[in-house]
Design a protein around this ligand. Structure first.
Ligand SMILES: NC(=O)c1ccc[n+]([C@@H]2O[C@H](COP(=O)([O-])OP(=O)(O)OC[C@H]3O[C@@H](n4cnc5c(N)ncnc54)[C@H](OP(=O)(O)O)[C@@H]3O)[C@@H](O)[C@H]2O)c1
Length: 212
């Protein structure tokens, strides 16, 4: 199985990459700094074109859109500058779309799957306040994933959207509830179970349906 993971240099993406490599899958990681096979800043359309050229002709069985930022952590109501909104959406939303679009021929060739790492903070029903930018961007990524699921069904491509848990990474911080090892063990089970039967699902790392 050929797996592509964006943001594979650290955090959840790094642990996912290690696990897929350990189980013998072919793994193409992307990172901004050249530490993985593909150099990709997901906010840069020209780098998506370069990735598409580099991977041309290589079917992709599973694309994991993992790269993301949480720039407004701790912002007060007077904060949330416009540039922070723009940068966050460019990475967390547009970046996901551009990645799927760039690798569509590869996904079509394999009748592959797409896994989008959103968050419980995408939920409308769970609204504790704050982190408006991150919440809105992850909600948009969830919406994008569900609509891609509808459109890509005809190509045999399933799309799942996931909350990875509150994970001890640079983003999640040291007080988070689970380790990246725990999160990724569960996530990979959910990715393996993703099919056209449950395409469009919004699930937690441990396989529970998430409230919208
Ligand atoms: N940790 C949690 O508790 C938690 C909870 C819910 C959802 N999530 C989601 O899970 C995913 C992974 O989170 P994490 O905890 O592993 O975060 P992390 O430790 O902060 O790592 C983020 C990853 O995204 C990459 N990235 C950031 N901006 C990028 C860009 N413009 N282009 C390409 N790559 C970029 C980073 O690469 P660089 O090294 O180049 O910066 C890094 O590999 C994110 O989508 C996050 O929103 C995490």
């Amino acid at each position: 199985m050929h797996v592509v993971i964006t943001g594979a240099g650290r955090g959840i993406g790094r642990t996912l990459a290690d696990r897929f490599r350990a189980r013998g899958d072919t793994l193409t990681g992307t990172a901004r700094d050249g530490s993985e096979q593909v150099v990709l800043d997901v906010a840069d359309p020209s780098q998506h074109a370069d990735m598409a050229a580099q991977l041309e002709g290589q079917p992709v069985d599973l694309l994991i859109c993992n790269a993301g930022v949480y720039l407004d952590k701790g912002q007060g109501i007077e904060g949330y500058p416009a540039e922070m909104w723009a940068q966050s959406f460019a990475i967390n939303v547009t970046g996901v779309f551009l990645t799927v679009q760039a690798l569509l021929p590869n996904l079509r060739a394999a009748r592959g799957k797409v896994a989008i790492l959103s968050s419980q903070m995408a939920s409308h029903s769970r609204a504790p306040g704050g982190s408006y930018i991150y919440r809105a961007s992850k909600a948009a990524a969830l919406n994008l994933g569900r609509n891609l699921a509808t459109d890509l069904r005809a190509d045999g491509i399933a799309v799942g959207i996931y909350h990875p848990g509150w994970v001890k990474t640079d983003m999640g911080g040291p007080d988070a509830e689970i380790t990246s090892d725990q999160a990724t063990e569960g996530l990979i089970e959910q990715f393996d179970a993703l099919s056209l039967d449950n395409t469009g699902c919004f699930e937690t790392w441990d396989g529970r349906p998430h409230a919208y």
